[in-house]
Design a protein around this ligand. Sequence first.
Ligand SMILES: [Zn+2]
Length: 420
Amino acid sequence: MSDLNVVNAASLARVPDNGAARRGRSQGELGVIADGAIAIRDGLIAAVGRTDSILRDWGDDGVPTIDATGMTVLPGLIECHSHPLFAFHRHGEYTRRLAGASLQEIAAAGGGILATVKTTRDAADGELLDGLRSAYDRILAGGVTTLEVKSGYGLTEGTELHQLELLERSRSMTPMSLVISFLGAHVVPAGLDAETCTGQVLEMLPKVIEQGLASFHDVTCERGLFTPGQASAMFERSRELGIPTRAHADAWQYSEGWRTSVRGGAVSAEHLTYTPDDEIREVGATDTVAVLLPQAELIYMTERRANARLLIEQQVPLAIATDYCSSIHATSLATTIGIAAPWFRITPAEAIVGATLNAAYALNLHSDRGSLDPGKRGDLTILSGPHPDELCMSVGQSVVAEVVIAGEPLLGENRVSRRA
Ligand SMILES: [Zn+2]
């Protein structure tokens, strides 16, 4: 737990937490302070304001200080959807897809998620942990301070519990905070029908809860995988057992996934690429956070994009995530924010709120992160440009100058100047 001052920021985006996830017009309110500064003490935010007032009240001698002249300070970015635990690289099948093969043809040839399940089940722990370490380093460099990670490439009780254990062990490999989700219902394993698979997941659930490592049960509601009825059964059992839920919904086809997730009380529902406008209007305002994944739509070449604007208009809180997985090797949430704005025709500010405060709500972590409010953890992402909107004009460029977790700068001496 560290002390740190950051001063002279061209822009400091507080993204103030007013007690609820941002929606509607407030989705895009960053609360930018020009010539901003922040004081962190014992790892927690002590004060935020203009540089002159922070230096007057908190400019003690000897406090490590970052001079952020010409830079932008954001709340630490929060990645709320990733699948980093896998062995196998599916570049071969992606090349076939780009040449015109359908998902069904890939699956029939032994590819797709089930191919990753097989190789991940067979992989040695050391190989999987090495893969996690490497992914974590790249995700951190992309500006992330808190990362959600899922099981789901095991699908049997033994392999799923083991993957959750490996994710827990991997905490020591990174300064990022990890939030672990159990994704036993990722896809339906070969040789099983969805109903039998649902039954198996329902049987695994008490053991996952007893193991005590997963913060969420991640449920899939997708045509061809799990029906709304099967997903609802998983939501209901989770509620009885007291584990919060999130969902993979409408990623590949219209599947009633959004409606089912909201009815099931999911904290978030993710993808929503094929959710029809009528369903978004009928469901209307909700606390369930819609987590949109622009890089998944880009790489999967989906025929539709999630209707971000309509979700915002309907008072649905929006979050943005990267979906790092065996078929999407994107690791930079900063880049994903940059893509999200033109991809969904949302403003840079709406996308940034989606990767900070609303992502914190999507992980039930809003009480201690997601905004630069006094009392929250001193997590910052510092960008090299003078205004947050620049993030969307430099897609794929190295814009993350520094990442701070609980007051500790992590990316190295050369990125920013410091003075003792
Ligand atoms: Zn996913």
